[in-house]
Design a protein. Structure first.
Length: 249
C-alpha cells in the first residue's frame, strides 16, 4: 500500500521541479517551464505559539551573555528561520549600511551539513537591521575573533556568522539544545521556531501592513502570512468586541 504524500510535500517537490525547469529555460535547454502549468494542493499550516513582548524582552535579557545572543536577536527581530541563521555569511551582512541579505541556508543533505540556496526566490531577501541587531552583531564579531584566536590552527574558516567554536557549520540540534534550558528556566513551552512566529505575530499586532511582514519573513505570498499568523488573542478579540459594543450602545 503506497503512502499518500502530504500537500506540503507535494508543494515542496513541485517547487524543486519548477525551479530546476526554470533554470533549464534560462540556459535555453528547453523552451518553456511546464511545471508552471501544474496546480498543487494548498497546504494547511499549523498556527504556532509566540511570546508576548514582555516575554520576548525577558528572553533577550536572559541570553545577554550567551555565545549566540546575536542569533536570538535576529530570530526575534527579523523572524529568520533556523537554517537561514546558521547559513548566514558575514559577506551577506553590511553593518555600516545596516542590512542583511538572506542568500544561503544550512541544511543536512545526504547526512552532511551543507550550504544550499533558499527553497524559493522570495526567501532570498534583504532586510534592514535595527540598531539592536547591529550592536549585537558587532559584539558577536568581536567574540568570534577571540574564538578564532583561541582555536588557532584548528579554526576552519567558512565565513559563517554563527559557526561552531572552530568555524565549522553549527549543528542544528545543538541550537535546539541551547534553547531548551533557557525556555525551561523561564517556564516557556515553545520551540526555537516559535521565535519566528513571535516576530511575525508581533509585527502584525503592531499594524504593520501584511505585504511588508511578508517580505521580512520571506513568505511566497501574503496569503501564507495571514493563514499561519493572523490569529487574534483573546485580549485582542475582547478589545475589538468592546469597541463594537461602545459603537452600538
Amino acid at each position: 500500500m503506497s503512502a499518500k504524500l502530504s500537500a506540503r510535500m507535494v508543494q515542496s517537490i513541485h517547487a524543486v521541479l519548477r525551479n530546476a525547469l526554470e533554470h533549464a529555460v534560462r540556459e535555453e535547454l528547453i523552451m518553456r517551464n511546464v511545471a508552471k502549468l501544474v496546480k498543487t494542493p494548498a497546504p494547511s499550516y499549523r498556527t504556532g505559539k509566540g511570546l508576548s513582548p514582555a516575554q520576548a524582552k525577558l528572553v533577550l535579557k536572559e541570553l545577554r551573555e550567551h555565545r549566540l545572543h546575536a542569533l536570538y536577536v535576529l530570530a526575534l527581530l527579523l523572524g529568520m528561520r533556523r537554517g537561514e541563521l546558521l547559513g548566514l555569511r558575514w559577506s551577506a551582512v553590511d553593518l555600516e549600511r545596516g542590512t542583511l541579505t538572506v542568500l544561503t541556508n544550512l541544511q543536512r543533505v545526504g547526512g552532511e551539513l551543507r550550504l544550499v540556496l533558499p527553497k524559493t526566490r522570495s526567501s532570498e531577501r534583504t532586510i534592514p537591521l535595527p540598531p539592536l541587531a547591529v550592536s549585537a552583531l558587532r559584539a558577536h564579531q568581536e567574540r568570534q575573533a577571540q574564538e578564532r584566536a583561541a582555536a588557532g590552527m584548528a579554526w576552519q574558516e567558512n565565513g559563517l556568522v554563527f559557526p561552531s567554536r572552530i568555524g565549522t557549520p553549527y549543528e542544528p540540534d545543538n541550537l535546539r539544545r541551547s534553547w531548551d534550558p533557557v525556555r525551561k528556566r523561564l517556564g516557556l513551552d515553545l520551540r526555537f521556531h516559535d521565535l519566528r512566529h513571535t516576530c511575525i505575530t508581533l509585527l502584525l499586532d503592531l499594524g504593520v501592513p501584511v505585504h511588508v511582514v511578508q517580505q521580512i519573513a520571506g513568505h511566497s505570498d501574503h496569503g501564507v502570512t495571514m493563514q499561519v499568523y493572523a490569529h487574534a488573542s483573546l485580549d485582542e478579540q475582547r478589545k475589538a468586541l468592546g469597541r463594537l459594543e461602545d459603537r452600538l450602545a
